[in-house]
Ligand binder design. Sequence first.
Ligand SMILES: C[S@@+](CC[C@H](N)C(=O)[O-])C[C@H]1O[C@@H](n2cnc3c(N)ncnc32)[C@H](O)[C@@H]1O
Length: 302
Amino acid sequence: MPPALNAEEIRDANTRYHDVAADHYDAKWGIDFGEIGQEQVVAKVRKALGREPEHFARSLEIGSGTGYFTLNLMRAGLIGRATCSDISPGMLQKLQANAQRLGLAVQTRPADAERLPFADESFELVFGHAVLHHIPDLPRAFAEFERVLAPGGTLLFAGEPSRYGDVLARVPKRFASAVAPLWRRALGAGSAPDTDGQRPEAALEGVVDVHAFAPAELADAARGAGLQDVRVAGEELLANWFGWTNRTLEATADPEQVPWAWRMYAYRGYLLLQSLDRTLLEPRLPPAIFYNLMLAARKRAR
Ligand SMILES: C[S@@+](CC[C@H](N)C(=O)[O-])C[C@H]1O[C@@H](n2cnc3c(N)ncnc32)[C@H](O)[C@@H]1O
């Protein structure tokens, strides 16, 4: 059990962990800024809103990391003037490098989600992906999101771990750990070198995630900040099981010895199952059983 940290220590751990993770983040998570990435991100926005998204003139991303959401939404033509904030300056540096490579102009600003350095009513869209679960004081952060949203503006978060989905994800992780020696033998790959001692972020891995959510908790956080038209949806079940199985297997092997064909199978299989989840399961099953939750809400128009 990692020791319990206070809110300031959690924020500090997040800054340090993500500063170090920034360099290999895109490769680790298969982040794409081409057609696939755009399709993934636009599909998530559509699913969270429950409708075709409109164009947003000014957007603010919270915990933007290397730019997966903002840069893909800009390329898809959904947002105009984009501002990206993150507690990790290292992530924002990487984001600027990605933006430059793609020929996109983005404002970046290091910021804690609980204290946003932006004027009231500055953005038509405030959003984030896989960030709420890192934030110690959610009511305070949601009050900030509401404050910087323009009247009638949209709040949107995706990629938040669901409490039940998180428990379900332990099944493929355990299964993969048990069969990993057989899997490595079948692929002819050696064991992963034990590098945890040399990775400065390894010790922080267990302390940066502070929440997994029930759908009602996310909805209450938005309503508690005075937002309306609150909507919570779930996504990824089969894709997630497949993804965690493969990531757990791969983590046990020397990365140099994992064949390219395996990596392609894992990547394409994930995309295939993502589309099966989207078309078959997500419209039929309750949000709570999916691995990821998404939230959308609106600020009252004047
Ligand atoms: C899992 S990463 C997701 C990054 C990006 N949104 C993506 O989907 O690729 C979480 C991000 O949230 C940022 N973060 C963590 N705690 C934060 C806080 N209190 N305020 C703002 N950003 C935070 C981290 O630095 C990191 O970049």
